[in-house]
Write a protein that binds this ligand. Structure first.
Ligand code: SF4
Length: 437
């Protein structure tokens, strides 16, 4: 049956309740009218391509739970489609609401189509990566038309959101070439566009032909994730003129998309000192009129390779508390290697912790319920109930089992044994004798 709306935003503006809105309102315990109002204003998006048949929809934005994204995909060094699919399903089971398919090797279409026919999570892509592989030609030989056609291909394949680095312009190229930055451009897509612009002398096709892209996105209800090609790649570059200049353009592009009822997210930094994160979130909300902010980190120090899931979780929690709606996960392999399954697992859990911590602090209804159940289970020294509330029950159980307490105090853990404060208090409050020696 033909739909009488183009996008979720178009539907919200016409007062039409879509199945996706109903699903999101139920998940978020939100009144449907309130949700529709936020979607109509662009402050919430439901990335839901009309061709993504297996999607279990989620909303991203104001007053909703913070969502997380996991980057996966086939690459030259990891070409096994099944291994990548296993990682995708692991990620979904661990609670990732979105998967970005960053495949950069071979024919990427079968994997992309498999995702949009089988995966319930939102699927995102970065078409500029795929342009080089799709055409099997050197970057400098590609035309603006080639880039736009790949966006259309991904839209037809059912991708829910596309990262498009529309805000990098000839002015950015001039500034970077003038040596304004320590780390230049660290966005993979941004660097490709910068290189293409340098080789051809032309304007960024995603900026120049933005209206045509909007028409494609409107047709399939693809949410545009306005890429931060100029995100700072080190603390020294944070909140500089190049980053803020791009953000200003992203604000303009957000308004242009909304005029065509196209849903928009805005991507953000990057490497940012802790004291600058709140200001970055507020500036984005102001400049981009409340469009959901999708942050890549932020990483709060440059010196922790091997532990960047932690530096990103610290920044992500502060960012989400101050307005970011969507966190891109970072793994311990960041800056070092392609993440393996363990890295992916640790990155997801770190991001979930950041998102959850922010949701509690924001006072979202019910956000602390699981923590309160955990506290009850801890007070009762009910270990099975504790594991049931864990973000990662298997890991928690494995650690406890590997260092089990002695038989005469097996209700405790081996951290304090018979000196267990919880046990002592329970016994004292029950009027029982406390047998430490
Ligand atoms: S033994 Fe110590 S760490 Fe373990 S449950 Fe009791 S108080 Fe907590």
């Amino acid at each position: 049956m033909a739909l009488n709306y183009a996008t979720q935003m178009d539907a919200a503006r016409k007062g039409i309740v879509t199945p996706q809105m109903k699903a999101v309102a139920a998940k978020e315990n939100m009144d449907i009218d309130q949700l529709m109002d936020l979607i109509a204003k662009g402050q919430v998006v439901i990335p839901a391509n009309v061709n993504h048949t297996s999607l279990d929809p989620n909303g991203i934005g104001k007053q909703l739970k913070t969502k997380i994204n996991v980057n996966l995909g086939v690459s030259r060094d990891c070409r096994d489609l099944n291994v990548e699919l296993d990682k995708v399903m692991d990620a979904v089971n661990l609670g990732a609401e979105a998967i970005m398919d960053l495949s950069s090797h071979g024919n990427t279409q079968p994997f992309r189509r498999k995702l949009t026919s089988e995966c319930p999570a939102m699927i995102g892509t970065v078409p500029v990566y795929d342009a080089v592989i799709h055409y099997q030609r050197d970057l400098g030989t590609l035309t603006a038309r080639d880039f736009i056609d790949v966006v259309r291909l991904h839209a037809e394949d059912g991708v829910d959101f596309v990262t498009l680095h529309c805000g990098l312009t000839k002015e950015t190229v001039r500034q970077v070439k003038a040596g304004e930055r320590k780390m230049n451009i660290v966005s993979r897509g941004g660097s490709l566009i910068f290189a293409w612009m340098s080789m051809t002398g032309e304007e960024n096709p995603f900026y120049e032909y933005y209206d045509e892209i909007l028409d494609i996105c409107r047709k399939y209800d693809v949410t545009i994730s306005l890429g931060d090609a100029c995100r700072p790649g080190c603390l020294a570059d944070a909140t500089d003129r190049i980053q803020l200049g791009e953000l200003m353009r992203l604000g303009e592009l957000t308004e242009r998309a909304w005029k065509k009822d196209v849903q928009v997210m805005v991507e953000g930094p990057g490497h940012v000192p802790l004291d600058q994160i709140a200001a970055n979130m507020k500036v984005q909300q102001q400049v981009c009129h409340g469009a959901p902010f999708y942050v890549l980190g932020p990483l709060v120090t440059d010196i922790a390779p091997g532990y960047d899931h932690i530096t990103a979780a610290i920044g992500g929690a502060v960012a989400a508390y101050n307005g970011a709606a969507f966190l891109c996960y970072v793994t311990p392999a960041e800056h070092l290697a392609l993440p393996n399954r363990d890295d992916v697992h640790e990155g997801i859990i770190a991001s979930k912790i950041a998102a959850h911590a922010a949701d509690i602090a924001k006072g979202l209804p019910g956000a602390r319920d699981q923590d309160d159940r955990m506290a009850d289970a801890r007070r009762k020294l009910d270990w099975d109930a504790q594991f049931a509330e864990c973000l990662d029950p298997e890991r928690a159980k494995a650690i406890r089992d590997s260092r089990a307490p002695g038989d005469d105090h097996s209700d405790t853990c081996s951290m304090c044994g018979k000196f267990c404060a919880v046990r002592s208090m329970n016994k004292a409050l029950a009027g029982e004798i406390i047998d430490i020696l």
